[in-house]
Design a protein around this ligand. Structure first.
Ligand code: ZN
Length: 445
């Protein structure tokens, strides 16, 4: 693979033709082989023959996460089990994991899609790629791994955690590309500084970051920390894994969707009707080439928008915006809806603060209360008389943060300043929300 693939520059009608052909195959496959889909279609009065155009996709019922759980572990698989060569799953915050499966051909397609994504982000054959995504049931590690090998990169299967060792190998092997969650790459960079190294002198030039929502301000902070280009990758195991969409290094403005393998829709999560291009809504994906676990109109719970404008990089595929947050993560604080990633943006606009924060949720009577715990930077802390975070200078800062959140995000929150290095660091997905409202419910994202 020496350049981007042909399908990425197709015109819309050419792409629509391919999508319809593949949608038809997918619909037939699930209708014939998966009782769940057959029943779901029939309860809408539809058979596979009723899909006569791409627009007919909208007549098909949605698939939701609980459908995967209800059919645990293997009841949604559309092929004989002896054609399945890989199983992945996600732990899920409540009870049973969701299980997904792949045939040999599925793995080949996925590898191609991720290879394309890495290429889009600046990776090239012959590069060293340090993969700090977790290996295991989670699709991140192995998904990036196979794509990286497919592109012809020397792939370092580092997995998450053991930060000191990650740093040693980055220093010794000199990888040009790294893949990780944004919060973990931040952690690696800050640890390098604590160890007396200068991350801007590392060999890293391109970072492929995803698996948690992050902000433009976080991108700017990571790019400055390492002197590299950071690109957003999107995916979820229920649809395939990482690589469903990827930002190009040329623009860093929206993620190109692999439309020859997936159809995207954006819907209003309340009315379930499509929203216009450019408007935020819930992302819905239909797989077009998957054999073991084809998925029809999967409601991702992720909020984003799409654009069909061609990109400066030359690709013509539909682009999605970065994910603003998950519907499940949306906080309702005194009647105002807000995503943690929005709060992150405002934190990172203040020089006295660093990107380590947690939002603690409490219940007071019938009211939900939110507290922001955020670390101050070393220089602010060191300059504080007696390093006292209740000093009037610190109190002024608290008031400024509260004012900013009130003015810009319209939320009222109690704010607690924390000393440097007091909030737990991420070795994978950052834990941004700590929920004290119910002892059994702890949201970890
Ligand atoms: Zn582009």
């Amino acid at each position: 693979m020496s350049t981007f693939v042909q399908e990425e520059t197709w015109g819309q009608s050419e792409m629509a033709e391919l999508q319809f052909m593949r949608l038809k195959e997918t619909v037939n496959r699930v209708y014939q082989n998966v009782p769940f889909y057959r029943h779901a279609f029939e309860s809408e009065g539809i058979t596979s023959d009723d899909v006569r155009s791409l627009a007919d996709l909208q007549r098909l019922p949605f698939t939701k996460k609980h459908h995967l759980r209800d059919n645990y572990p293997f009841d949604l698989i559309a092929t004989p089990m002896d054609e399945v060569v890989r199983i992945h799953g996600s732990s899920g915050t409540s009870g049973k994991p969701t299980v997904v499966a792949y045939t040999k051909k599925d793995i080949e397609h996925w590898s191609d899609i991720v290879a394309r994504a890495i290429y889009m982000a600046g990776g090239r054959r012959g590069d060293l790629l340090h993969n700090a995504y977790g290996y295991g049931l989670f699709t991140g590690g192995l998904g990036l791994h196979h794509g990286s090998e497919r592109l012809g990169c020397a792939t370092i299967p580092m997995s998450g955690g053991n930060t000191a060792r990650q740093i040693t190998l980055i220093q010794d092997f000199k990888p040009r590309v790294i893949s990780a969650t944004p919060s973990y790459l931040m952690n690696i960079g800050e640890t390098m500084k604590e160890m007396g190294m200068d991350p801007t002198e590392s060999s890293l030039k391109y970072a492929i970051l995803g698996a948690e929502p992050w902000s433009e301000e976080m991108r700017a902070a990571i790019e400055a920390l390492f002197d590299l280009k950071a690109m957003d990758i999107y995916g979820l195991s229920e649809v395939m894994g990482p690589g469903i969409a990827m930002e190009c290094v040329d623009c860093q403005d929206g993620l190109h969707i692999a439309e020859d393998h997936f159809i995207v829709e954006v819907i209003d999560p309340e009315t379930l009707l499509p929203v216009p291009d450019g408007d935020d809504g819930e992302l819905v994906f239909t797989s077009l080439t998957k054999e073991a676990l084809p998925i029809i109109r999967y409601r991702t719970g992720d909020i984003a928008s799409i654009t069909r404008e061609p990109c400066r990089c030359g690709r013509t595929t539909t682009k999605m915006s970065r994910v603003k947050g998950r519907i499940d993560d949306m906080l309702i604080i005194r009647g105002v809806n807000v995503f943690p990633s929005e709060i992150e943006r405002y934190i990172l606009q203040m020089d006295e603060l660093v990107c380590h924060y947690q939002i603690h949720l409490h219940k007071k009577g019938v009211m939900d209360l939110a507290e922001l715990h955020v670390e101050v930077c070393e220089s602010f802390f060191d300059a504080l008389p007696d390093k006292d975070l209740t000093h009037p200078i610190a109190e002024d800062l608290v008031k400024r943060i509260q004012r900013t959140l009130k003015m810009q995000a319209l939320v009222s929150m109690d704010v607690f300043l924390k000393k440097p290095n007091s909030i737990p660091r991420s070795e994978g997905k950052a834990k941004r929300i700590v929920d004290h409202r119910s002892p059994t419910l702890s949201v970890s994202k």
